[in-house]
Design a protein around this ligand. Structure first.
Ligand code: 13P
Length: 288
């Protein structure tokens, strides 16, 4: 069933797991992601940047995710990741995205509250969930780079005020993670997560999931992380395998032979991650 962030995180809260939110960059990898969730018996969040949504088409993405979710009987959310432009958020909502993120983390605190609140009002009137962000996550995403020295961790007292004033359905927090970190792993500030979780009652979100150590997952899940973003690990593996296949191919060989192995790798990674997120083991988990 096509559903919302609010619904899937409610289930995750009740059963103490986290919902995998996987960034897609093209249409090719999308069915594999949804089928991985189906095989694992888990809900899934498919997320796109604005650039990917414009490349594929907001309405095309909505229709593909809805169709596969209905045919495969998997609970799926389509979420707009890191949006800063109200018009793009409106375009996503009007096309049928079931969840959006307004990222006002670069703004002064009060301005972040006001702009997030405006998005919440429009989104909730359309039955769409909203994720907000407080603090800055390191690394680079969609061309926006945050230097290590410019990273600001989320302050628990700010999180309380932000959630109450905006009405967000989920909150992305800065506890030491970085976007796009795939050559090394980060040290997550679990103590800070515990402090935030103790005072905030909305589902919490991890960004930069590729750079988080898998052995840290249980502690994050046990302390309120209900949406766990993974993008770069998919992107890097899809590209690596596609390069090998495109490099070795005959010119008149069907294109699908070059992308099917990449899509299959995505399916295995998503299954592996969901297995850890649900605290169960994927039947065909990689990296055993
Ligand atoms: P990674 O690409 O580092 O896994 O992060 C994904 C993310 O947080 C998307 O917002």
């Amino acid at each position: 069933m096509y559903t919302t962030l609010k619904e899937v995180t409610k289930t995750a809260e009740a059963l103490n797991f986290t919902v995998g939110a996987f960034n897609t960059h093209n249409l090719e990898m999308l069915p594999s992601m949804l089928r991985a969730a189906k095989e694992m018996g888990a809900p899934i969040i498919i997320q796109t940047s604005i650039d990917t949504a414009k490349y594929i088409g907001y309405d095309v993405l909505v229709n593909v995710v809805k169709t596969i979710a209905d045919h495969e009987l998997v609970d799926a959310v389509l979420h707009l990741d890191h949006a800063r432009d109200f018009d793009e958020i409106k375009a996503a909502i009007d096309s049928g995205y079931s969840s959006v993120m307004y990222d006002g983390s670069h703004l002064p605190f009060k301005e972040n509250i006001l702009k997030t609140r405006a998005v919440v009002e429009y989104a909730h009137a359309h039955g769409v969930s909203v994720e907000g962000e407080l603090g800055t996550i390191g690394g680079t995403e969609e061309g926006i780079h945050v230097e290590e020295d410019d990273k600001v961790f989320t302050r628990p007292e700010d999180a309380v005020e932000f959630v109450a004033a905006t009405g967000v359905d989920a909150l992305a927090i800065a506890i030491g993670t970085n976007h796009g970190q795939f050559r090394s792993k980060t040290e997550v500030n679990v103590e800070l997560l515990k402090e935030i979780h103790a005072v905030v009652d909305v589902p919490l979100v991890i960004h930069g999931g590729t750079g988080v150590k898998e052995e840290d997952y249980p502690e994050l899940i046990n302390n309120g992380i209900r949406k766990f973003n993974v993008g770069t690990e998919l992107l890097v593996n899809w590209t690596k395998i596609a390069k090998e296949n495109f490099g070795a191919t005959e010119v008149n060989k069907s294109l699908r032979h070059n992308v099917i192995p990449s899509n299959e790798a995505i399916k295995e990674i998503v299954k592996h991650k969901i297995g850890l997120f649900m605290n169960t083991k994927a039947p065909t988990a990689i990296g055993k």
